[in-house]
Write a protein that binds this ligand. Structure first.
Ligand code: KG4
Ligand code: ZN
Length: 332
């Protein structure tokens, strides 16, 4: 089955062609970082205009790179939420048009579900697994029992982990998006320089909180001066990152232990973080738990994961009609 995936939920315009749910024939992303960078965050109106500009060329390129035409497709999968409604509508409307004109079945895909399944683009993982989805918009913990069987365990009470990275990077004048820059900078820093607090939510809960940490970094920078030297900046970055990583690792491992699950999957942009990958793996090993993470390109937003999730819906015989609407607040 040949499936075209389309992703426009936030600030990346992406298209991919996937064969039989596993072979990626093409996977292209047109990033808008340069457009939003000067504003230190995504500007929704600019994002939808960029999608309008890039969507058709990127669809053409993805098909061309895969060596297929529209007539060869068995189905199309498109993100229908959650995300920015103006951005979502661009992908959804274009896919509806193609589906109608060429009589190709299409399905709307939940962006969160696609992140939880992205690991299957590269390898099999036995069910059940605990999935930590940490991105710019979400920090969520799920028990994944099977395809389409997700049990919500917890989520952030305030900022998402990626949002904390982006805001701290902005405070430090490191540009947007900040996750990758802090990750890189932290490699040469000492994580013990500043002992930032690790928020503790009730013992029984799997929730997260990052806004207190963000405020602590702000106070630290105010008190210590703006971390002018490269070494100072690296030390603050490493200390901040260690706190984020600790706050992500602890509830995830506890969820695995308390649910008797031996597999953990990391997903979302923050799952590309080098320190998170190392520390989660180290701590899990001691508990006899295996940790899996996608390659960085499949952690951040991409259309291959949308095609994969759509493939599973299509093979279950599911189809959407032209009444399907974008849903900015779609949950799983
Ligand atoms: O999944 P994603 O591409 O988009 C959303 O759905 O939000 O995640 C983007 C987020 C941004 O906040 C970015 O700063 C963060 O992921 N990020 C990272 C890294 N690479 C991207 N955070 C920490 N370390 C990284 N290496
Ligand atoms: Zn995402």
């Amino acid at each position: 089955m040949l499936v075209l995936g389309v992703e426009t939920s936030c600030d990346d315009t992406a298209a991919a062609v996937l064969l039989d749910g596993r072979k990626i024939l093409s996977n292209l992303v047109s990033s808008q970082d340069a457009v939003h960078g000067p504003f230190g965050g995504v500007v929704p109106e600019l994002a939808s205009r960029q999608h309008v500009r890039h969507i058709l060329p990127i669809l053409d390129s993805a098909l061309q790179k895969a060596g297929v035409g529209l007539k060869d497709l068995d189905g199309i999968a498109v993100t229908r939420g959650p995300g920015l409604v103006g951005s979502l509508l661009v992908g959804l409307c274009v896919v509806k048009g193609i589906s109608y004109r060429w009589a190709i079945p299409y399905v709307g895909v939940n962006h969160l579900e696609a992140h939880l399944l992205a690991i299957f683009l590269e390898r099999e993982v036995p069910f059940p697994y605990i999935a930590l989805l940490a991105s710019g918009g979400h920090t969520l913990l799920y028990l994944v029992r099977d395809f389409a069987e997700y049990v919500y365990l917890g989520g952030t009470r305030d900022d998402a982990a990626g949002e904390a990275y982006d805001k701290v990077a902005k405070m430090m004048g490191l540009g947007y998006p900040g996750g990758r820059v802090i990750d890189q900078l932290a490699r040469s820093g000492d994580p013990k320089t500043a002992s930032f607090p690790r928020a503790r939510i009730k013992k029984s809960s799997y929730d997260f909180s990052f806004s207190g940490l963000k405020t602590s970094v702000w106070h630290y920078l105010e008190k210590q001066g703006r971390a002018d030297s490269e070494t100072q900046r690296a030390n603050v970055a490493a200390s901040f990152q260690e706190a984020v990583v600790d706050m992500l690792v602890a509830p995830t491992l506890r969820a695995a232990r308390e649910h008797g699950v031996n597999h953990i999957v990391l997903a979302g942009g923050v799952a590309a973080n080098s320190r998170l990958r190392v520390k989660m793996t180290e701590k899990a090993q001691g508990n006899g738990i295996a940790v899996y993470f996608p390659s960085p390109a499949f952690c951040t937003d991409n259309a291959a994961m949308i095609a994969l999730t759509g493939y599973h819906r299509l093979t279950r015989g599911e189809r959407d009609d032209l009444h399907l609407n974008a849903d900015a607040d779609l949950t799983l």
